[in-house]
Ligand binder design. Structure first.
Ligand SMILES: [Fe+2]
Ligand SMILES: [Fe+2]
Length: 245
């Protein structure tokens, strides 16, 4: 089997949850895909745009950042989320940022030995460990957010995004869509390429091919698509993936 013939990852099935009223409303409100940006689309390297604020929240989840490279993954996802909020000013930025910061904290509360063995092999999109990290992430959100002054309905909006962020294939709101795209965007930065290719156990050149073929088309927003395309072009050149394969 040559590299270009590697079997594709099992495709996300958008029909699952598509009849949920929240998904239906979202499609009615945002029918054009990818969703056109209203504000600026910035495609420079994410290194030039760290996220800001939320110091108390970051401190509250410091233990959860020590698992599965969350101390790199979560700040990058938050940075991409902040950029996407500028492109989609109608979104509730606080909900997006808090959900982005917290979305993968649940990895710290599952069986660590199963993260790679189940979460990055076979049909990884449906691995039980992925459902577990989502529900554990909601438990973290409900534990840390009340003490930081967040109201109950805000916390439930955040948990609605965390719950299903990996395993549900359709978005329920603009805020949900921005977190989902931010979570995918990190894969296109060189830090995400290094971590994810290692977790999936595949050469970087194979991994960037998959990003191009399989992950880019999953992005929901125009801004994320433009940012991912620019990141991927930069990463391929920097890592010499046309040659080193
Ligand atoms: Fe996740
Ligand atoms: Fe994530």
């Amino acid at each position: 089997m040559n590299r270009s013939n590697l079997p594709a990852w099992e495709k996300a099935d958008p029909s699952v949850h598509a009849s949920d009223p929240r998904a239906v409303t979202f499609v009615e409100n945002f029918g054009i895909r990818p969703i056109p940006a209203v504000g600026p689309i910035v495609t420079e390297s994410i290194c030039s745009a760290p996220s800001r604020g939320f110091e108390q929240l970051w401190k509250a989840i410091e233990p959860e950042t020590r698992t599965r490279a969350n101390d790199v993954h979560l700040p990058l996802v938050a940075a991409y989320a902040e950029r996407l909020c500028a492109a989609y000013p109608a979104a509730n930025k606080e909900v997006v940022l808090v959900a982005a910061i917290l979305h993968d904290t649940g990895w710290a509360h599952v069986d660590e030995t199963r993260i790679i063995s189940e979460g990055f092999s076979g049909n990884w999109r449906k691995a039980a460990i992925r459902f577990e990290h989502e529900s554990e992430g909601c438990i973290v959100a409900r534990r840390v957010l009340p003490g930081l002054g967040y109201a109950a309905d805000f916390i439930e909006q955040v948990c609605d995004i965390i719950d299903g962020h990996d395993t549900r294939q359709v978005a329920y709101s603009l805020e949900d869509a921005l977190v989902r795209d931010s979570d995918r965007l990190w894969r296109f930065d060189r830090a995400g390429i290094m971590a994810s290719s290692s977790w999936f156990g595949m050469p970087v050149s194979d991994y960037v091919d998959r990003l191009d073929r399989e992950i880019l088309p999953e992005l929901i927003t125009e801004a994320a698509y433009e940012m991912a395309t620019a990141d991927l072009t930069r990463a391929k050149a920097l890592l010499r993936t046309d040659t080193i394969r």
